[in-house]
Design a protein around this ligand. Structure first.
Ligand code: SF4
Ligand code: MG
Length: 315
């Protein structure tokens, strides 16, 4: 397997003034292999979206590096920067908010195409192709976003992302705002497109049930840090981190002979501007020990390919 993306100790802090930083992403390391779907999971406010946006340079990074095909994306300039901006695209949670209501579908989708200076006919043809690819009709091109359902708007967002022929797509909760009946259709579309075009996905979701079937590997984030990473199968079969165990305990199990005790987390997610000392999860962890308040647990490979940050697990 070949790493397409290599994230190394990435940090994104937002300054709150008076010397305080909101450490939205606080030293995250992982790789995404070419052609895989990497699921990224955690509660809202844990830093998932900020991580995605920092990877594709919508945000300046604070520290660490992101390598895309071996090149440091935050150092790209000129043509190389432009190429990366096409290679890596993002699909957003709320297609309503991310599509300009005053632009026609054709203009929205073709926005990224214009660098190729296509003539009108070629542009129209290319948009028709892209609409077809996402299951919409070419007659939709002259309409406006509000004339479509949520699921159709997400398809328009996907067509816009595909217009520049990306290799890597960050899908930031692309189905969370959609009706359950529509969610599977959009997921199937993303999977078909991946299969046909060899796309690589970072798929962000707030719960594990959404990413289980589509992800090759899954990373779990809590308070700006990744706390566990494993193959989808391994994470479900042998979750090591108490936070992952709690998340999984609330996912319904289809097999009634498998018993999973429900672990209910105490308290709320602390503010990333005022994190607990030591392990960030200790204020809600049912297994916390005195040591957890003093030392930040190390990010370690407990089993081959299975990473975790918890004092209870020593490799
Ligand atoms: Fe819980 Fe301590 Fe492990 Fe953190 S390091 S998850 S507080 S046991
Ligand atoms: Mg988010």
């Amino acid at each position: 397997t070949e790493a397409l993306l290599d994230v190394r100790d990435l940090k994104k802090y937002f300054s709150l003034g008076t010397g305080f930083d909101l450490k939205a992403v606080d030293g995250v390391s992982f790789t995404i292999n070419k052609g895989e779907t990497f699921g990224l999971v955690g509660e809202s406010g844990c830093g998932k979206s900020t991580l995605g946006r920092t990877i594709i340079r919508l945000y300046e990074h604070t520290d660490g590096e992101v390598l895309f095909k071996g090149k440091n994306v935050h150092q790209l300039r000129g043509k190389e920067a432009g190429q990366f901006n096409r290679d890596a695209q993002m699909i957003f949670q709320d297609p309503q908010a991310s599509l300009n209501p005053r632009m026609t579908v054709e203009d929205i989708i073709a926005e990224g195409l214009d660098i190729h200076h296509l003539n009108r006919g070629m542009r129209r043809e290319r948009v028709a192709e892209l609409l077809h690819l996402v299951g919409l009709h070419k007659d939709h091109a002259q309409r406006f976003p509000h004339e479509f359902s949520g699921g159709q708007r997400q398809r328009i967002g996907i067509a816009r992302a595909l217009a520049v022929e990306p290799e890597f797509i960050i899908a930031d909760e692309p189905i969370s705002a959609l009706d359950v009946s529509i969610q599977a259709q959009v997921v199937n579309l993303l999977e078909d497109l991946q299969h046909d075009r060899g796309l690589t996905y970072l798929f962000i979701a707030h719960d594990l049930s959404m990413v289980k079937h589509i992800s090759n590997r899954i990373g779990v984030m809590y308070l700006g840090k990744m706390v566990e990473l494993a193959s989808s199968y391994e994470l479900y079969a042998r979750p090591l981190h108490p936070y992952t165990q709690a998340l999984l305990s609330s996912v319904p199990v289809p097999d009634p002979t498998v018993k999973r005790e429900r672990i209910v987390l105490q308290g709320d997610l602390p503010s990333p501007a005022n994190k607990p000392s030591g392990c960030g999860f200790r204020t809600r962890c049912p297994l916390a020990q005195p040591r957890c308040a003093e030392e930040v647990p190390r990010w370690q490979e407990a089993q081959p390919g299975h990473w975790v940050a918890c004092h209870l697990i020593e490799s």
